[in-house]
Design a protein around this ligand. Sequence first.
Ligand SMILES: N[C@@H](CCC(=O)N[C@@H](CS)C(=O)NCC(=O)O)C(=O)O
Length: 215
Amino acid sequence: MAAQRTLYWGSGSTFAWRVLIALREKGLDFESKVIEFSKRGHKSEEVMKLNPRGQVPTFVDDGVVVNESLAILLYLQDKYPQPSLLPATIEGRALVYQRMQESWNLQDKLTQAIRPKMLNPDLELEQDKLDALKAELALWESYLIEDSFITGPDITLADVALGPWLLNLFRSGATLKDFPKLASYVKKLKARPAFEETAPPHWKDTPGNNMLAFL
Ligand SMILES: N[C@@H](CCC(=O)N[C@@H](CS)C(=O)NCC(=O)O)C(=O)O
């Protein structure tokens, strides 16, 4: 019997987007349960029963509940190994695991830089937060080899974990002019069907905020 997969997610959740990308890359279908944050769908009884933190993504696979986006990515690779999103060598996998965890830094620096202004557009972006974001981007730029994915020639879970944060940055107007390898990497990800087709649905109808147009 075919596996019963259900994903709870919400438009604009970068964490949930990671899981949508991995499912698409692996060609796995699933029941889509879209929650609305404005209606506090993430705190509904149905979600809270599965994830007491009341967060998305929440994933259920044949009765196995997995929360936390990075854990879900690893679970999907474990349960559905082909097509693989991990390299064949142990050294390669070590790097992918490292970069997956490291992607948290980009999330953190990006959020710290833009969140206050998103909540209150009258505020200015803070220079020290922007400097920290630029230093973070410089690190990722240094990791990239020309025309590659983040850990090598093939797409892996590291790209799935990192990519949505870079695409968020793009959506906020950043062109990454000082980070040319990163800029072409983001364009490559953006054009990939698994990323393009799963991008937050509301992005189609609303413009980005252009807050990082100078970056
Ligand atoms: N560490 C979690 C974070 C999940 C998360 O924070 N999801 C947000 C949506 S982007 C959420 O549901 N927030 C609601 C809340 O925390 O109450 C993961 O990686 O999945």
